[in-house]
Design a binder for this molecule. Structure first.
Ligand SMILES: *[C@@H]1O[C@H](CO)[C@@H](O)[C@H](O)[C@H]1NC(C)=O
Ligand SMILES: *[C@@H]1O[C@H](CO)[C@@H](O)[C@H](O)[C@H]1NC(C)=O
Length: 324
């Protein structure tokens, strides 16, 4: 069978020929045709819409408007992020699901952690790449939380503990993964989890390993040139300009190429870039838009009642500032 890499090489070759060749109709036809062929040869079909719906709109626990409310990092405002306490709080507060970040300890144990270091959320310090599970399990995962007194002594959970807790509460899980995860637990979770990533290649590999898994691409337009709060990432004007060019290409790729190649069922989009037209565009492609991070009552109303789309929030109980 052909490999994706071969396809990418062929495609890049044609693309370069067109870029540096004459701008004739023949070349643009060749480009369009090769792009089309490339997608057809290497894409993974979406899982059936009915199955994706079972995961994305699970029937029970839905909010008004029939939408899923997903607690971001388990609901980092209401309880310490990515902990069992957060999963319990999300369930008690009526969430449909939880978004959880998967990382690995130095000795390869899958745990819930957003950052690559333990410093921001626990009383420990250092990168996960040098901390073993025995060290991480000593830490207080509530140490830096605004309600640290109430949740004192909360542990960093293993993936397995977190999954068991979610199953107990019938919560859908949105796994945020940065690298391709090798975990079989997912087999149990076919009908109740979505694997999400900013990295198209991670989603592609997930589908390659198991085409039955419901997947989503996460996207924030201008993410290469700007931080989440809108400030530029680079001080050099040229670097900034170049990154903006790449941002335009990336956005184009998401809308025309990557969703189809990966066969995603959902598109997790930063909330400010969502309109009825966008929701419609994706609906026509069998893809559900999920908004993030929706943190005020007014916004929640807008996304669930007007746009009727699922959303991810830091708090089920009160208005708050987004956690980036
Ligand atoms: C972190 O807090 C836990 C629980 O209070 C404690 O047992 C541990 O020694 C602390 N670790 C560090 C590095 O301070
Ligand atoms: C998932 O749901 C389908 C029905 O849509 C069912 O046939 C299948 O057995 C379920 N899989 C698991 C692992 O629960």
């Amino acid at each position: 069978m052909l490999q994706l890499g071969d396809g990418l090489t062929c495609f890049s070759a044609v693309f370069l020929l067109v870029l540096f060749g004459t701008r004739s109709a023949v070349w643009s036809t060749a480009l369009t045709a090769s792009l089309y062929l490339f997608v057809v040869l290497f894409r993974f079909p979406q899982v059936p819409v009915s199955r994706a719906k079972q995961v994305l709109r699970p029937g029970s626990r839905l909010a008004p408007g029939g939408v899923s409310v997903v607690a971001h990092r388990g609901g980092g405002h209401d309880a310490p992020e990515n902990t069992i306490a957060a999963i319990r709080a999300a369930s008690a507060n009526g969430a449909t699901g939880v978004e959880l970040d998967l990382e690995f300890t130095a000795d390869g144990i899958p745990i819930l952690m957003h950052d690559e270091t333990v410093d921001r959320t626990t009383n420990g310090s250092g990168p996960l790449s040098i901390l073993g599970f025995s060290e991480i399990s000593q830490l207080d995962a509530a140490a830096k939380h605004r309600l640290s007194d109430r949740f004192q002594g909360e542990k960093v959970p293993t993936l397995q503990e977190a999954v068991e807790e979610c199953i107990k509460h019938q919560l859908t899980i949105y796994f945020d993964v940065k690298v391709f995860p090798v975990f079989q637990l997912l087999l149990l979770l076919y009908n109740s989890s979505v694997v999400c990533s900013f990295e198209p290649k991670v989603i592609y590999r997930m589908r390659q390993a198991d085409p039955e898994v419901v997947t989503a691409l996460t996207h924030r337009p201008w993410s290469l040139s700007r931080f989440g709060d809108g400030s530029p990432r680079y001080t050099s004007a040229w670097k900034h300009l170049w990154m903006q060019v790449l941002d335009v290409l990336l956005d184009w790729a998401h809308h025309h190429l990557l969703w189809n190649l990966c066969g995603v069922s959902a598109f997790l989009l930063q909330k400010n870039y969502i309109s009825t037209d966008i929701v419609q565009y994706w609906a026509e492609r069998g893809v559900e838009v999920v908004a993030w991070t929706v943190n005020t009552a007014v916004e929640k109303d807008y996304y669930q009642q007007l746009l009727n789309i699922n959303y991810i929030t830091d708090s089920l109980t009160e208005d708050c500032e987004p956690h980036y």
